[in-house]
Design a protein. Structure first.
Length: 373
């Protein structure tokens, strides 16, 4: 087997390294990352469903799960509704811990991790880092702005910018998180997520526009939730993918794309950990068996699953609140396993088509009336 070079020490690169190191000689794997410390800086919310949570818990133990959520409240211009369950609907993963712990495990297994080294594409099956060229099998896990994807495919995924802030508030917020669909962010939504058992929340938003005053939106979201900020930490964020996996998924079996470089993010929320969980085992099998078709088939299957919910995001690209109104037919008790499975939510909604049409027309009518007023 060729020496394997993985570009990116985020969840995609590190999870791939972990699976490969159990099937291939660990000393044949090298991971490059331009950052000097894994998990820094923070940039995502790390909210996942039960399948993804169990996947990383099996690898890293209970500590990787930071918090459990038993209900989600949606706020749209026309309604407010809550979905809930007796079991956790969603989980927040301790993202810096996840990356650091994976790094520690890999180092113990003999994998070489070279932090602070920016790997760049040179030619197919090779890269350069630290002024030296390395030749072998390359796995590009270098994120939404992948230089390897750009060089070999001439394409970059569509993204929007998400911003978040950790805020200490005046009262406890429980085990429920809130999602707001507001005209301030017509291309996406806003959120408040409690991140400990006390009074600390993560407030954030994403949009296709750049907002000159993020704090105005943060404070407005807090007010809508009935919260008052007591103290604020720094703002952080990053790109959120708004695209389907893009062909080719590998090039001649010499370079493979995984994570946001593929991309493999859920279309409605932009979450990428679920796609990593789904694809890394197939990528490992493809490399170990020397058959790239194994990976291509797995990515193609995931792409088909994502297409239904992706179509909704295209249809209502600038009226994202309509998607939440469509899904309001599921208000009340919710099946926890559906959190990551957006395509199943869409398909289960089809028998309720008359109700969906009524909700859609009502939403559009009310929205039009308000804009005229």
């Amino acid at each position: 087997m060729d020496r394997i070079y993985i570009v990116g020490a985020g969840p995609a690169g590190l999870t791939t390294s972990f699976f490969l190191s159990r099937e291939a000689p660990s000393n044949s794997i090298t991971v490059f990352d331009h950052r000097r410390k894994p998990g820094v800086p923070p940039h995502c919310t790390s909210i996942v469903g039960i399948e993804t949570a169990e996947f990383y818990k099996e690898i890293l133990g209970e500590k990787v799960i930071e918090k459990e959520y038993y209900s989600v409240t949606f706020h749209t211009p026309t309604r407010k509704y809550t979905v809930y369950s007796k079991k956790p609907i969603a989980y927040r993963l301790a993202r810096p811990y996840l990356e650091q712990k994976l790094c520690d495990k890999l180092l113990d297994m003999g994998v070489e991790i070279r932090l602070g080294e920016h790997a760049l594409p040179t030619r197919l099956g090779a890269l350069v880092a630290g002024g030296k060229e390395y030749e072998g099998l390359v796995i590009a896990a270098d994120g939404a702005y992948s230089l390897f994807r750009k060089k070999y495919c001439g394409w970059m995924p569509e993204t929007i910018t998400g911003l978040q802030r950790i805020v200490r508030v005046d009262k406890q917020f429980g085990n429920n998180f809130h999602v707001f669909f507001d005209p301030d962010t017509p291309c996406f939504y806003q959120w408040i997520v409690p991140i400990d058992g006390d009074k600390t929340v993560l407030v954030g938003y994403a949009d296709c526009r750049i907002h000159s005053d993020p704090n105005r939106i943060f404070d407005k979201v807090l007010r809508k939730a009935g919260l008052r900020p007591v103290s604020r930490e720094r703002v952080f964020g990053g790109p959120i993918i708004r695209d389907l996996p893009h062909r080719p998924y590998n090039i001649e079996g010499r370079i493979f794309f995984i994570g946001d470089s593929l991309p493999a993010s859920k279309p409605v929320t932009g979450g990428g950990l679920y796609g990593i969980k789904e694809l890394v085992p197939a990528l490992t099998r493809a490399i170990v068996k020397g058959d790239p078709r194994i990976y291509d088939q797995s990515v193609e299957h995931l792409r088909k699953r994502f297409q239904q919910s992706w179509f909704l995001t295209r249809l209502f690209k600038y009226k994202y609140w309509v998607i939440a109104d469509l899904f309001s037919v599921f208000q009340g008790e919710f099946e926890p396993g559906l959190f990551d499975l957006h395509e199943k939510i869409v398909w289960r909604a089809l028998p309720r088509l008359p109700a969906l049409l009524y909700i859609l027309l009502r939403s559009l009518f009310i929205r039009t009336q308000r804009s005229r007023g």
